[in-house]
Write a protein of this length. Structure first.
Length: 158
């Protein structure tokens, strides 16, 4: 969704998980296995500080835990919550994809985690979009909720 929104709004797209992986030279699953979750969360906080200071005019997708570990996500930019019930999320993720997500191995535990997080996602977001609809519609909703996205911002400093 972030990539599509970036294309439609003429911006660059950044994936916070991919930033951490490239800085570390290893996959998130390896960071969790080799260093533990607390270490990964510190890397997330560090990447958030960098993004707040240095990234402008871009679309960023955060990891699912970032809204919990970064107190004011809005310091980075406008926060969009793509809202979907747990069961629908599950339908969209293949077993191979789940295997890459350390906190998605145990389904019951993942559901509990999701239920605890939902309130925080709502509280951190400036825009909440029902994501149970086609991708094009989601992007339209986001763009009509944030007028600045229509302007196009490659390499902009605002
Ligand atoms: N609006 C949609 N309708 C149907 N399927 C969708 C929609 N949006 C995404 N999907 C599908 O859901 C799956 C997961 O999507 P995606 O990888 O974009 O999730 P994500 O939020 O980026 O996950 P993460 O940030 O945790 O990696 C993909 O197979 C994708 O094609
Ligand atoms: O929801 C989470 O806590 C996570 C989501 C992924 O995007 C990764 O950031 C990592 O697997 C942790």
């Amino acid at each position: 969704m972030g990539r599509l929104l970036a294309q439609k709004s003429g911006r660059y797209f950044l994936d916070a998980d991919a930033l951490i992986e490239s800085a570390q030279g290893r996959a998130i699953a390896s960071i969790f296995n080799e260093e533990g979750e607390a270490y990964f969360r510190e890397l997330e906080r560090e990447s958030a500080r960098w993004m707040a200071e240095c990234v402008r005019g871009s679309i960023i997708s955060t990891g699912g835990g970032m809204p919990l570990v970064v107190e004011r996500l809005h310091d980075i930019g406008v926060v969009v919550y793509l809202k979907l019930p747990f069961e629908k999320i599950l339908e969209r993720i293949s077993p191979e994809e789940r295997a890459k997500r350390p906190l998605f191995h145990d389904l019951a535990e993942a559901k509990r985690l999701f239920e605890r997080r939902e309130k925080i996602y709502e509280a951190q977001a400036q825009i909440t979009v029902d994501a149970d609809r086609p991708a094009g519609e989601i992007v339209e909703k986001i763009m009509s909720s944030d007028g600045t996205l229509r302007q196009g911002h490659h390499a902009s400093k605002v």
